[in-house]
Design a protein around this ligand. Structure first.
Ligand code: PMP
Length: 404
């Protein structure tokens, strides 16, 4: 692997190369990342060529596409070091994967009085599905609080993790403050109490090589679009024994062996959870993305991004009333507020200067409530950002705060 080189990387991303008098400085990669040529070309090739369905029919087109589709599953298996491709389920995104776990695993196993321990810093996608299934089963959602520095209250974790806890739901990395949670410690402790752990990896997998076996997560979910892949595609990883014991969720084609009015026999993994025509183009384009990502110096890229993050913080910390939310981030994103100025006003002025970032609650109302905030500004870098991007952002923010 060649050492990380920003110009080589940027050459792979048409979106950051557009020549214009007003280039956009894109600092919102945690909302969705820009896409590399490898993925764009795969999509283009698929739609220009002859389309076919997968796992249906016997003609050559469908056979070769089915093979690529299943190879993509194997690519994801390797990328997260799962034991078997049967443990990789395609979904529409992290959100759908979490809902699938809630409506199959949780709904079929939870009893009244059982508890689901959910951290306070979760994205709504890792809160609401648990509330819905708690309502359906009589189980209870228990809050795992966070501390003012956006780390989890681990003393409370050990207290609230009891014999009643069946499920622990936690983000690998928060999408608001960039804080990494001690998921390995939590998984060990949860397993010792007989609970299973659902790790929301939507943000975490962007920043580090994930090994689901080493982590020992029972479920690990993520979305393609935040990892430079297509939108509308996500991954549910689950331990095979758990997935096998779970009932199917969506019913339809491909998830069955035999259908009759006397009853239906479901197919095995992974098809059991993949009813209907899947996102074929997305799956093969995502595999191309992952091949590309595996070919670059990811630790070098992450070091570059963290350097940009530190540089940005240094450049803005002298602004009066500015507060960085949480600890110094150990990933590539951070949130801040400027006391006395509404986040949306700042975002608007930054946008007018060509700097794109996210202002709002980041789909994490409970976390924002705990911080006593209604919104933050979030800066999220990716491997295609440059020191010039940081300089533009720093200058634009100073100008905006001077004006407001
Ligand atoms: N969890 C986290 C931590 C996220 O950052 C996101 C996306 N912002 C999600 C879940 C939901 O992902 P999606 O909308 O792609 O399903």
């Amino acid at each position: 692997t060649a050492p990380f080189d920003i110009q080589t990387i940027r050459a792979q991303f048409p979106a950051v190369q557009q020549d214009s008098d007003h280039p956009i400085v894109y600092l919102d990669s945690a909302a969705t990342a820009q896409k590399p040529l490898a993925m764009i070309q795969t999509l283009d090739h698929y739609y220009r060529g002859q389309s076919a369905n997968v796992h249906r029919g016997s003609h050559q087109l469908t056979a070769s596409l089915t093979q690529r589709f299943e190879q993509a599953r194997e690519t994801v298996r390797q990328f997260i070091h799962a034991r078997s491709p049967k443990e990789i389920i395609w979904t529409r995104g992290a959100t759908e994967a979490l809902n699938l776990i809630a409506q199959t695993f949780a709904r079929s196993t939870l009893q009244p009085g059982d508890e689901i321990l959910v951290s306070e810093l979760e994205h709504h996608a890792n809160i609401v599905p648990w509330q819905i299934v708690a309502e359906q089963t009589g189980a209870k959602v228990v809050k795992l609080p966070m501390l003012p520095d956006c780390t989890l209250d681990m003393a409370a974790f050990h207290q609230r993790l009891t014999a009643r806890t069946r499920i622990v739901a936690v983000a690998h990395v928060t999408n608001v403050s960039g804080t990494r949670n001690p998921v390995e410690t939590m998984i060990k402790a949860a397993h010792a109490k007989g609970a299973i752990v659902v790790v929301d990896g939507a943000q975490g997998i962007v920043h580090e090589a994930v090994d689901v076996q080493a982590m020992d997560a029972d479920f690990y979910v993520f979305s393609g679009h935040k990892l430079f892949g297509p939108s509308g595609l996500g991954v549910l990883y689950g331990k095979q024994a758990l997935l096998e014991a779970m009932p199917p969720w969506h019913g339809g084609g491909k998830m069955v062996e035999k259908v009759s009015f006397d009853g239906t026999q479901f197919t095995g993994l992974p098809g059991k959870f993949e009813a209907g025509t899947p996102n074929i183009s997305g799956v093969i384009a995502f595999a191309a993305t992952l091949h590309w990502l595996s070919s670059i110096d990811r630790p070098g890229a992450e070091a570059h991004i963290q350097h940009l993050c530190q540089l940005a913080i240094k450049g803005i910390e002298d602004i009066e009333g500015l507060r960085i939310i949480g600890q110094q981030p150990d990933t590539s994103l951070f949130s801040f507020v400027v006391d006395g100025i509404h986040h949306q006003d700042i975002a608007t002025l930054l946008d007018q200067q060509g700097v794109t970032l996210r202002a709002g609650n980041h789909c994490a109302h409970p976390m924002l409530d705990a911080l006593g905030l209604t919104g933050t500004l979030r800066v999220s870098f990716a491997l295609y950002n440059t020191e010039e991007d940081v300089a533009c952002f720093v200058a634009a923010l100073h100008k905006a705060c001077d004006l407001l």
